[in-house]
Design a protein around this ligand. Structure first.
Ligand code: GLA
Length: 702
């Protein structure tokens, strides 16, 4: 590889999500998760990150014993091992890794072999200080942690390909290796001169000419006109609001750069190994959005995610559903893999909480119910030293004689009884629209209100469906296959392309039910305001509304609506166009009598528009009505906090598996029969009672 900005950008971004949106293409790496399951003898994956280099031989012997005991069949090895694998530039030491791979293989544990590129060794930093990332404030970071690299630095990219190639050369055909794990959580963003040069290459490819760039970014405002490409910089610290077009393009560029870096390692591995060992990277869900995950979903052979809940109790279950439904959707509905969860970790804002008894199994099942082909943890054994000494593990500091290890073992045993669900798929009838461009654009500065929060709006919509017992997908707004859903919810659809506006209108016209929430379709892909009234045409026609003016409400203020409910955060002055009707109106304030919630029959479908943030009760009631209207029903009607999620056999239409998960402290009866794989009991037609925290996985025949 040559050393310039062109080489690090490569063909990155050649098929961004907005351009090729359906996210359902099958990656070129063969059977994906099915290949992993096959290499595990047909069983679901169970295991975790394994870092034997932190321990000595006596511990390795115990690991062998305990892994067998816990039914571990897959270990992620080498994620942070670069300094040991390549102690000096170009000098490799694979002997220790050979020995661990042999040992694991002999013990019946397959390996998810990682490339160690998320943590370059100190020798690399000192030899290539220009490959260390620079913050927006201009601070160049030093080694001493992890994730400290610049994806645009040619020396770093070359070193990554070298170590990935050397690993693939050596272990490409190793019988222990079941899959490849490139890098770890692509997340570091840099603002250095290498990044600036690569950004310019990317911008030339996207915009063509400098005039087009100036036009796209609206540089006539605030005297920002660029007279040469060299004048363009990353969004570094500046005096006042950044140019939103520049800020948004930088997010797109960085995601494309990361995807290019991933492809480069993936292709180096594929060139040296057989195709039935899938290659992936672990994406960070649910809250982190440095990457366009639709684009990554198309490039990985199996979607892999890391998930750590941010609250205990049923909130953790809703959070798992949010992450898992996204993982499945980014992979086009195919089975995926939970690559990391915490054995005993719930990260809240100020504390790391332990999980409650039973959570390890139930959280694991919650991921599997939504399409994961197993469950992996970070990490196998809790570290004795180092930065993550307090992060929980399958074998805690207390050792195997502990609640956590007993629950891990029970969970591993339970998974051995679930092998038959491997390869089955979840079929959702409702979806929440999700677009990285919207997320990034609403992350910008100078917006009319601080309450415009993309992830919060996305979660609220998903949570309301979850509370109603509905398993939802996520879908890209320009997906040409939206008609596979009966109901679409569009929260915070701030940025909308012409193609997406057309796709949504066509969806409604063909019979779909669509809810669009406030401040939608107000800018295009260049972050230019839509003129003549929001939202973008032709979606506006389907909704039968024309928004003239927005009026954000003060933080904490509420506004009564005509049906007795309240609104908050936002209001809009809109005009109705026939046949749209106002369902509720504002009951106070300058917009009294104006529509707050509207409904419009369009073609064979119906489009709803919420011009404000409805209170929780009104939002739930609205979704209940939309679910009824669009004939989307829960698998089994159960109280909030008790999940019923179905995985279908891909080959036998009469066969499915119903996962029943009681995340509440109250026993619940699920009136449905089947054969419970967890207890191996037949459940009669009257159903079964799930104790507090209880779970069942019922094989059912239609
Ligand atoms: C991430 C990383 C792991 C570990 C965990 C726990 O998911 O991939 O290496 O650091 O977080 O913090």
């Amino acid at each position: 590889m040559s050393g310039g900005a062109e080489s690090v950008v490569g063909d990155a971004g050649r098929d961004r999500a907005g351009d090729a949106a359906d996210g359902r293409a099958v990656g070129p790496g063969g059977g994906g998760a099915a290949d992993v399951v096959r290499r595990l003898g047909g069983r679901l994956a169970f295991g975790g990150d394994y870092n034997p280099e932190q321990w000595d031989e006596s511990v390795w012997k115990e690991d062998d014993l305990l892994m067998r005991w816990a039914h571990v069949n897959l270990a992620t090895v080498g994620v942070f091992s670069w300094a040991l694998l390549e102690p000096e530039e170009g000098a490799y030491d694979f002997g220790w890794l050979d020995a661990h791979l042999e040992r694991l293989h002999a013990n019946g544990v397959a390996v998810d072999l990682a490339t160690p590129t998320a943590s370059p060794p100190p020798w690399f930093t000192l030899a290539h200080p220009d490959a260390m990332p620079v913050t927006a404030e201009g601070v160049r970071l030093s080694h001493g942690s992890r994730d400290t690299y610049c994806l645009a630095a040619p020396a770093y990219r070359q070193a990554c390909v070298r170590i990935a190639s050397a690993l693939a050369e050596r272990y490409g055909e190793h019988p222990a290796v079941a899959m490849w794990h490139v890098h770890n959580e692509y997340a570091t963003v840099c603002h250095c001169d290498h990044a600036a040069a690569a950004f310019r290459v990317w911008l030339r490819a996207r915009h063509g000419t400098l005039d087009a760039l100036n036009d796209a970014w609206g540089t006539a405002f605030w005297s920002q006109r660029y007279g040469s490409w060299e004048q363009v910089l990353p969004p570094r610290a500046t005096q006042w609001h950044r140019n939103p077009g520049l800020a948004l393009d930088y997010r797109r560029f960085w995601s494309d750069l990361a995807l290019g870096a991933y492809r480069e390692q993936r292709d180096a591995i594929r060139a040296r190994t057989t195709a039935d060992r899938p290659v992936t990277t672990n994406l960070m869900l649910p809250g982190y959005q440095v990457l366009d995950l639709w684009a990554f979903g198309r490039e990985v052979d199996v979607v892999g995610i890391d998930h750590y809940p941010a609250e205990p109790g049923p909130g953790a279950a809703a959070d798992i559903a949010f992450g898992a439904d996204r993982a499945r959707s980014f992979g086009g509905g195919k089975p995926w893999l939970l690559v990391e969860q915490g054995a005993n970790t719930v990260y809240t804002a100020d504390r790391t909480l332990p999980k409650e008894p039973g959570d390890i199994l139930r959280h694991t099942l919650a991921h599997i119910a939504r399409g994961s082909e197993g469950a992996m943890f970070f990490q196998w054994r809790q570290s004795r030293a180092g930065a993550e000494i307090w992060h929980s593990a399958m074998v805690p500091h207390a050792g195997p004689d502990s609640r956590v290890f007993r629950e891990v073992t029970d969970t591993g045993a339970a998974l051995t009884r679930l092998a038959e669900v491997a390869g089955s798929v979840v079929r959702a009838r409702a979806a929440v629209l999700h677009d990285a461009d919207c997320w990034w654009a609403l992350d910008g500065q100078g917006l009319p209100a601080a309450s415009l929060d993309y992830p919060a709006a996305l979660r609220r919509a998903h949570r309301a469906l979850w509370d109603a017992g509905i398993t939802a997908d996520f879908a890209h707004p320009a997906d040409p296959g939206l008609d596979r859903y009966q109901l679409l919810i569009a929260p915070a659809l701030f940025l909308l392309s012409d193609a997406a506006a057309r796709a949504l209108r066509a969806y409604v016209h063909a019979g779909g039910t669509l809810l669009v929430q406030h401040f939608a379709g107000v800018v295009d892909e260049r972050h230019h305001a839509r003129l003549g009234g929001y939202p973008a045409e032709p979606l506006r026609r389907a909704l039968g509304v024309r928004v003239e003016e927005y009026r954000p409400l003060p933080a904490g203020a509420t506004l009564p609506l005509s049906d007795g409910s309240t609104a908050s955060e936002w209001s809009e002055l809109l005009r109705l166009a026939s046949p749209a009707e106002a369902v509720t109106t504002y009951a106070e304030g300058p917009l009294t009598g104006h529509p707050a919630l509207t409904r419009c029959p369009h073609g064979a479908g119906t489009a709803w528009y919420a011009a404000t943030r409805l209170d929780d009760t009104a939002y739930a009631a609205l979704l209940a009505r939309l679910l009824t209207d669009s004939a989307v029903h829960p698998e089994v009607p159960l109280p909030p906090g008790v999940e019923a999620i179905r995985r279908h056999s891909p080959t036998d239409p009469t066969l499915s598996w119903l996962f029943l998960l009681n995340h509440t402290p109250t026993p619940t009866t699920a009136p449905t029969p089947g054969h419970d794989l967890l207890t191996t009991r037949d459940i009669p037609p009257a159903g079964l009672t799930l104790p507090p925290g209880g779970a069942a996985v019922l094989r059912q025949r239609a």
